[in-house]
Design a protein around this ligand. Structure first.
Ligand code: PPS
Ligand code: MG
Ligand code: MG
Ligand code: MG
Length: 452
């Protein structure tokens, strides 16, 4: 029986130190301290005023330790969209951390439902979709917001889903009441069930080649989520068929690379957590984001246990181009991508490291952060990839310096509705052109003899 427990009554953490500046994307900050890039930098405020250097600087450093210039006027395009999207994803990450903790720590899987295709869906999937939909509508106006997203309200509106729906409503209201810490104005009164259902079902766009729409995967890697493992929240904006910005929340992917040590260990770690430990658990995540053609991708930490906050840091793909040193990522489930086929590719290209099997778009994040070099996905024949499983990850990898194409070398096409129509065989994302070409050649050489 698919019954959800309504045990989500604990308040979301409400750190007191957060203010409206925390989540603002990097272009919004100015600092008044010594700026090593400025010849007049002995004057600590020279980069805020009276400086004949035309460039202003943000409070962030790039990988070389240089202050990051504030982007020029032209780059302000999508600034508000990016700011709101990053905030919404942070709120969604905290919502998911809380639900996953309750799910795992209480030791049962009752609040997981099965969809018609047997894939799991949880109160987190519906709650994130409602929360993000509500935040976008508040920021840009309900009439102006069009969203393509994974979940619908069919099973949630059934008479036997009353307790699930009430859990979702409570989760959404808890999340929105904490959202003020991110500079998001919460609803004046708690949302009613009908308003929550409406927010979810408003995400009914089919996408397409023209106009502007958001693409949302409220929980990507739901299987990883219910297993206490990796998952992601993915939000992108598409305009005239192009992904123009992407935000990827990875609540279980720490800022530091020690994440690799958690392979297969998240469930064990989570199950040992007490409520008192939950603060330190909060520090295990990050949010990545990028604007198309900016040639920059960024990473922010999620809330730390000690409630301190950090600003965004620029991320870049790995410089490794030698297959012997490279690591490739792929889906955990054999049903989602052929491990046999990628094993053959790895062998013929000369990849030696064990594959990194990770749930969700955390794989895209790993490439963008430089923690792995290759991501490959070859789904079974007939499977149609959905745009929400890739949009945010693609733009973040590309702006971090990487390449994402289908196996024929063509960019993924987000202009054909909710599916990646015309995808040639599979998806290949690489840190650099040399690895990318090698993988594509290997696919060509072995495709006909594969069973795909
Ligand atoms: N049969 C099949 N083949 C290919 N892909 C499928 C298939 N079934 C599902 N999906 C989609 O895969 C999304 C999860 O992808 P992952 O890379 O995380 O796979 S895995 O869970 O690590 O195996 C998953 O996203 P979520 O539903 O958001 O979890 C699905 O959209
Ligand atoms: Mg998904
Ligand atoms: Mg999903
Ligand atoms: Mg799903």
């Amino acid at each position: 029986m698919n019954v959800l427990r309504s045990n989500l009554s604990n308040k979301f953490p409400q750190p007191s130190c957060l203010n409206n500046n925390f989540i603002k994307p990097h272009v919004k900050f100015l600092v008044s301290f010594h700026n090593p890039n400025c010849p007049k930098s002995r004057n600590p405020i020279c980069c805020l005023s009276n400086c004949d250097q035309k460039t202003q600087f943000s409070n962030e450093m790039d990988n070389n330790g240089n202050w990051v210039p504030i982007e020029s006027e032209g780059d302000d395009k999508y600034a508000k969209e990016l700011e709101v999207a990053v905030k919404a994803v942070h709120v969604a990450c905290l919502l998911c951390q809380k639900v996953q903790q309750d799910l795992i720590c209480n030791g049962d899987q009752e609040n997981v439902q099965s969809k018609d295709d047997n894939s799991p869906v949880t109160i987190a999937d519906w709650s994130v979709q409602a929360t993000v939909s509500w935040i976008l509508s508040q920021a840009f106006g309900t009439e102006s917001v069009s969203i393509v997203a994974e979940e619908d309200i069919e099973s949630l509106s059934k008479s036997d889903a009353v307790s699930i729906l009430s859990s979702v409503v409570k989760t959404v209201n808890d999340a929105l009441s904490s959202a003020s810490h991110f500079g998001i104005k919460p609803p004046v009164t708690n949302l009613e069930a009908t308003q929550v259902l409406e927010a979810i079902s408003r995400c009914n766009s089919n996408g397409g080649p023209t106009g502007r729409f958001w693409v949302l995967d409220p929980v990507d890697g739901t299987l990883g989520f219910v297993r206490g493992d990796q998952y992601a929240i993915a939000l992108a904006l598409v305009e005239n068929g192009e992904v123009v910005l992407g935000v990827l929340g990875c609540p279980n992917y720490p800022i530091n690379k020690e994440w690799l040590n958690y392979q297969n260990g998240y469930r064990r770690i989570l199950s040992r957590l007490t409520k008192a430990d939950s603060a330190s658990w909060d520090s295990k995540g990050c949010v990545l984001y990028a604007k198309k053609d900016s040639k920059k991708a960024w990473m922010q930490p999620l809330l730390n246990g000690d409630k301190s906050v950090g600003s965004a840091r620029q991320i870049k793909v790995s410089t490794i181009d030698n297959p012997v040193l490279a690591t490739f990522c792929e889906p955990v489930e054999k049903a989602n991508s052929s491990h046999l086929f990628t094993q053959g590719l790895a062998h013929s290209v000369g990849l030696r490291n064990q594959p990194l099997r990770v749930y969700s778009m955390v794989k895209y994040a790993a490439i963008a952060r430089g923690d792995a070099e290759i991501f490959m996905k070859f789904a079974r024949a007939g499977y149609k990839e959905k745009i929400w499983d890739h949009a945010a990850g693609v733009v973040i990898i590309e702006e971090a310096g990487g390449i994402v194409t289908d196996a024929g070398g063509r960019p993924l096409d987000f202009s054909k509705g909710m599916y990646l129509q015309g995808l040639d065989r599979g998806i290949i994302a690489c840190a650099g052109a040399s690895l990318h070409e090698k993988i594509m050649s290997a696919v060509d050489a072995s495709w006909n003899s594969s069973s795909l």
